[in-house]
Design a protein around this ligand. Structure first.
Ligand SMILES: C[S@@+](CC[C@H](N)C(=O)[O-])C[C@H]1O[C@@H](n2cnc3c(N)ncnc32)[C@H](O)[C@@H]1O
Length: 271
């Protein structure tokens, strides 16, 4: 296994799992696209807290399923799901596939967006699939939603801009920078030999108690890239300002329907 790169995000399993039911819906839809691979091998790249890795084993019937993640905290939580046929390893999904025995399924739910160069990465993942193997990937596609736009706006405000400048600048939004359009993924899958494929954009609507609930959702994922650069106190101020601006922009709704676009891709290599 290739050594993972230094993790770029601070993940907190408890915070991420706060919306477990809502976050699992797209994963369930993704897994529903998979044909069973009884006795086969599968890999779950960016496995997070591991529950979906175990479910991947249940759904596909694969006998050997490996969850791979670069976050020690997430892997620590994931190991609770280890059992015969389900194991977890540290690794970097951006470079995974170079040196691996062929697998029947490569799955990645809500993780590919954290790395750039999806053409290269998906090409590498495809090369790791045996004939007839399946690729199943889900990425958010909501960089144009206020939840992301307001974070960027607040990061640009003078008091925070200074703190970010001192820390090397606010990080780019990986969803905006890395995620391609659905039709581009479909063309890419075609170019990679997936004549049998399904690519779709779907709006998921987690219902949050209020507009401010978006902050709790984002704190478990996208805001981690701001959090890791700021002192605790400055980050707390950033979050307060983010919450206020979000409520101004989106209105104070109770409950709040969070229209969240995601792309699901599935393809099967020729047998
Ligand atoms: C939003 S979570 C998704 C976790 C899980 N797949 C799920 O759907 O519940 C993204 C995960 O990707 C992992 N990740 C981010 N960049 C990675 C990389 N370069 N290599 C491996 N894992 C990475 C993070 O540590 C995190 O656990």
């Amino acid at each position: 296994m290739t050594e993972p790169r230094e993790p770029t995000e601070q993940w907190t399993p408890e915070r991420y799992e706060r919306f477990q039911t809502e976050r699992e819906r797209p994963a369930n839809d993704l897994y529903a696209l998979l044909a069973p691979v009884p006795g086969g091998r599968a890999v779950d790249l960016g496995c997070g807290t591991g529950a979906l890795t175990a479910r991947l084993a249940d759904i596909t019937g694969a006998a050997d399923v490996v969850g791979i993640d670069s976050s020690a905290a997430m892997l620590g939580a994931a190991r609770a799901h280890a059992r015969p046929g389900v194991r977890f390893e540290a690794g970097d999904l951006a470079i995974w596939g170079d040196r691996t025995d062929p697998v029947d399924v490569v799955a990645a739910n809500a993780s590919l967006q954290w790395v750039p160069d999806h053409v290269d990465v998906l090409t590498r993942w495809t090369a790791a699939l045996r004939a007839g193997g399946q690729l199943a990937v889900q990425v958010p596609s909501n960089a144009d939603h206020a939840s992301h736009l307001v974070a960027a706006e607040v990061a640009g405000e003078a008091r925070f801009a200074e703190a970010f400048a001192a820390a090397g600048g606010p990080p780019p939004d990986p969803v905006a920078v890395n995620v391609l359009k659905p039709e581009v993924y479909a063309e890419l899958l075609w170019d990679l030999g997936y004549a049998d494929q399904a690519v779709r954009l779907q709006v998921y609507g987690p219902v949050l108690p209020s507009t401010a609930g978006v902050v709790d959702w984002m704190a478990g994922t996208s805001l981690t890239r701001f959090e890791r650069l700021l002192d605790e106190g400055v980050y707390a101020g950033f979050v307060d300002r983010y919450r206020d601006r979000l409520v101004e922009v989106l209105g104070d709704r109770q409950p709040y329907y969070f229209a969240f676009k995601r792309i699901l891709l599935w393809g099967r290599r020729p047998a």
